[in-house]
Structures are given as C-alpha cells and as structure tokens.
Design a protein around this ligand. Structure first.
Ligand code: 0O2
Length: 220
C-alpha cells in the first residue's frame, strides 16, 4: 500500500488518499486506514450534530434531536453489499459505490423536525450533499420511511484535508421503532418472510405514519 503523505495541508478526495486499485481484503492495512478515516468523519460530523441538539434545547427548550447513533459498517457487510451490487472487489469500487460505510442516524420527535435537521446539516460549512432520498414522501415498497442524506464532509488530518462520504439517516422515533424491528424480522431476517408478513409490516408502517401525522397536529 502506498501512503501519500503531503508536505502541506491539501484537499484530497478519499479515493486519492491511497492506492485504491488494490483488491478489498478485510482487515489489511489499506482497509484499516480507510476505516480510520471514515471513523474520523463520523466523529467530526457527530460533534456538529450534538451542538445542534444542545443548541435547540438551550435556545428553544425543545429537544429537536432525541438521540444520535453512529456506526461504521462491518467489513463483512461492506463486502456482502459489494457482491450484491455486482461490484469488483477493489477499493475504488468500494469508495465510489458503497455510500453507507460511515453512518449517522438521527432520531427526532416529529416529521417536521426531520426537514429542519436536514436543512441545518446542509448548511454546515464545507459539507456537500451528494444525494438525497426522501423516503417520507416516497416510502420504500416495504413501508420503510426516513430521510437519507449522503454527504461529503472534510476531515482535517495533520497534513491534509480528506473528503469522506457519510450517510445520514433522519427518522422520527415512531419510524425508528418500526424500522429497528422490521430490520431484524423482514429486511435482514434469518428466515425469508412470507408475503403475508410483508403486507402486515407495510400496514404497520402506514399506522406509524398516521401516528406521526397526529403527533404533528398535537404539537401545533
Ligand atoms: P444495514 O444493515 O441497515 O446497513 P445507494 O447506493 O446509497 O443509492 P443503498 O444503500 O443500496 O443505496 O440503498 P437504500 O435503499 O437507500 O438503503 C440504505 C439503508 O437504508 C439500508 O442499508 C438500511 O439501513 C435502510 N433501509 C433501506 N430499506 C429498508 C427497509 O425496507 N427496512 C429497513 N428496516 N431499513 C431499510 P443496508 O446496507 O441495506 O442495511
């Protein structure tokens, strides 16, 4: 693995940070180095989101953000997802096409809050939006609902600034309740779910959505 250390601080895309034509081998040096950079990206962004959380409580006495979860995708899951997407197992393909290696999940009380949080994030200096998916206005066929933002965020290391992709999922508490259980039982289950089960979960998602709408009215 070639590590390019620059003399001066420089702006570097993650894909130029290492020799990335190499094959993806779980836990080799390149993999470790990549995971370190993703981890730092999540850490930096999470600090900014925590500030929004504290700020809304301090200024408006409102918990705009209930809680935040961060995670780095497991190496096995990254490789599994690459195979599912029929990608060549090299770092170039991994960095370009797997958008959720670094993930942040923000849970908030109401559907309106999701859009306020999304706007606040998009105004963070230096952050670029790569992709947006509004699964609230357009839920997935399963019923899955959330707002997904794929962003590129700068990570300042001692010698360079590296741009790293992070997936931010923003959900209400009700959506999170549904998707956490559905994830285990239907989305990634041990046993394949039946059509009937899938339909039942879709109906639960609709109920959850109605509940979210009612909560917004109550708040108003
Ligand atoms: P895991 O185990 O949660 O990490 P992209 O390449 O960015 O365009 P991607 O990542 O293929 O698209 O697709 P998508 O549909 O936007 O989904 C990204 C993530 O959303 C998933 O990651 C899940 O976390 C969540 N998700 C999507 N659909 C569902 C669903 O039907 N049910 C639940 N519970 N979660 C869902 P992973 O890597 O698939 O899974």
């Amino acid at each position: 693995m070639k590590i390019k250390v620059k003399e001066k601080t420089d702006l570097v895309d993650l894909k130029n940070f290492l020799d990335y034509s190499e094959s993806v081998t779980k836990d080799d040096d390149t993999f470790q180095k990549l995971m370190f950079v993703y981890k730092m990206a999540v850490k930096e962004l999470n600090t900014k989101i925590e500030i929004f959380k504290e700020e809304s409580k301090f200024l408006y006495n409102y918990d705009l953000i209930d809680h935040v979860n961060v995670r780095i995708k497991e190496p096995e899951s990254i490789i599994k997802k690459m195979k599912k997407k029929n990608l060549t197992l090299n770092y170039e393909q991994m960095i370009e096409n797997i958008n959720d290696i670094a993930g942040i999940r923000i849970i908030c009380p109401l559907q309106n809050d999701i859009y306020s949080i999304k706007n606040m994030i998009q105004e963070i200096p230096g952050l670029e939006t790569v992709k947006e998916k509004d699964y609230i206005r357009n839920p997935k066929p399963s019923g899955y609902s959330a707002y997904h933002l794929i962003v590129r965020t700068p990570v300042k290391l001692s010698k360079e600034v590296i741009y790293v992709k992070v997936e931010i999922q923003i959900r209400t508490m009700a959506m999170d309740f549904w998707s956490s259980i559905e994830h285990k039982m239907i989305y990634k289950p041990e046993e394949k779910p039946t059509k009937k089960q899938k339909k039942e979960w879709l109906n639960y998602a609709k109920t959850i959505n109605k509940l979210d709408q009612k909560m917004m009215l109550l708040r108003e």
